[in-house]
Design a protein around this ligand. Structure first.
Ligand SMILES: [Zn+2]
Length: 146
């Protein structure tokens, strides 16, 4: 197995549910968080969403390919890291985990709203109790979509 495949396997082995809950624990008055369903590095792509456990913001989302690219930029060493594009914290490549809860939401958004050539949903709002809703343009009332 080459180093890139090995790193990818390691990434896929680290999966966690409810990674976003920490933002609710940190701030008990918070009722919801806004989460993008795209990565800045992979716009318009149906991403496989990774979070880094060092990250500070709900919006810190990366696609698996972003992590792989960073790995390649780091001379194939998973000991390296980089400064997060969203929260400006130093994050280690080894601390990326697949956010299973967000993956499920993103898959549903793509099933219901987005197509490769027509993106209408860029993000979601996740409530404290785990319910979520897509952030849609004003002209689309929820009724029309259902
Ligand atoms: Zn971050």
């Amino acid at each position: 197995m080459n180093p890139e495949e090995k790193f990818k396997n390691d990434l896929m082995r680290r999966q966690k549910k409810d990674m976003h809950l920490k933002f609710f624990y940190e701030d008990p008055s918070r009722q919801y968080i806004k989460v993008p369903i795209f990565s800045k590095l992979s716009p318009k792509k149906h991403i496989l969403p990774f979070r880094n456990t060092e990250c500070l913001k709900p919006s810190c989302i990366y696609d698996i390919q972003d992590a792989l690219d960073k790995f390649k930029d780091s001379q194939m060493s998973s000991m390296h890291g980089f400064i997060c594009y969203y929260c400006n914290t130093f994050i280690e490549l080894q601390k990326f985990c697949l956010d299973l809860t967000l993956k499920k939401i993103i898959d549903q958004v793509w099933e219901r709203f987005n197509k490769i050539n027509k993106i209408i949903c860029n993000g979601v709002t996740i409530m404290r109790d785990g319910q979520w809703e897509p952030n849609l343009p004003e002209y689309l009332s929820k009724k029309e979509i259902v």
